[in-house]
Write a protein that binds this ligand. Sequence first.
Ligand code: ATP
Ligand code: MG
Length: 356
Amino acid sequence: MNKTITILPGDGIGLEVVKATTVVLDKIADMYGHHFDYQYADIGGAAIDKYENPLPQETIDACKNSDGVLLGAVGGPKWDNHPKGIRPEQGLLGIRKELKLFANLRPVTGHESLTDSSTLRKEVVDNVDLMILRELTGGLYFGEPQERRQVDGEEAAVDTLQYKKSEIERIVRQGFEMAKLRRKQLTSVDKANVLESSRLWRETVEEVKKDYPEVELDHMLVDNAAMQLIRDPKQFDVIVTENMFGDILSDEASMLTGSLGMLPSASVGSEAPGLYEPVHGSAPDIAGEGKANPLATISSAAMMLKYSFDMQEEADSVDRAVAEVLTSGHRTGDIAKQGEPILSTEEMTEKVLNAL
Ligand code: ATP
Ligand code: MG
């Protein structure tokens, strides 16, 4: 198959991890007889430097005219105080909007050989394998902006949490579809004992459930879900939830594995290409030193193969290679224990190629 991939290296270690990932993608193309074309475009700080714009039109066009988008990371102290108030992160929010990405997927996979570095007990987190699906376009983040006002003679602020039924339905459907591909168990997280939007959420989930008799469904209140993620994360397969609950729960869950440099993510819509990126940021403290762990970005590319290109076998190969590298004890600085030899980004990438 021929696929065009837009590469947005962005800033800091974004450049390094993205480069490592294209090398892995090339190997996959070789192995399976595919052809991947890369078109590079600027985003974030790099684009501010060149165009005074974190998301130039050319970048938007390139993304729209491709089958998948791979992003490194954006941001860094260099752009903290731009005279015009332009921020690298606007590039990321902007491209999500342009591509109409409404679902953010974060798999949390605990590699047995790594869970020593988790703050939780090993038996709780070993082999955790769950997926959080967060709604991206609604809720508190996008409520009508309200003026500050006076209430009872003092200053007050209002945010609005609104969801249209259609917005709930499309994310929930994704959740069921995702569960169908995995262990067929969906947990819908809400706060239906307090919020009207959550009651609509819950009703809608029940309606969509009728189309998925094979998926086991349960509802969980968000406070309980936050607790259960720490108490017994292995009870979860797919969690689907609204924007802010998902923001909080996915950061919480990311710490189950104990290593930020390991976690991939995907944002998908209904038609436009998906956007794939590591959960970590641009890590300015180690940028340009060849120390970055490329595995989160490589795993993000595996998600692209699976969800955007329908290349399940190819994706599995990448995931297996990453797992094997870890089991063999290969470590970059962020996941190495005291005294363990530390690999560079390139050396780690080489190990993944060998495993493939
Ligand atoms: P952002 O605001 O973009 O999320 P951040 O400041 O919260 O960024 P990161 O840039 O992700 O966080 O970095 C947090 C810490 O984790 C830094 O010390 C960084 O060096 C380290 N880190 C992040 N990603 C990696 C990686 N891929 N490999 C090695 N270390 C990493
Ligand atoms: Mg951060």
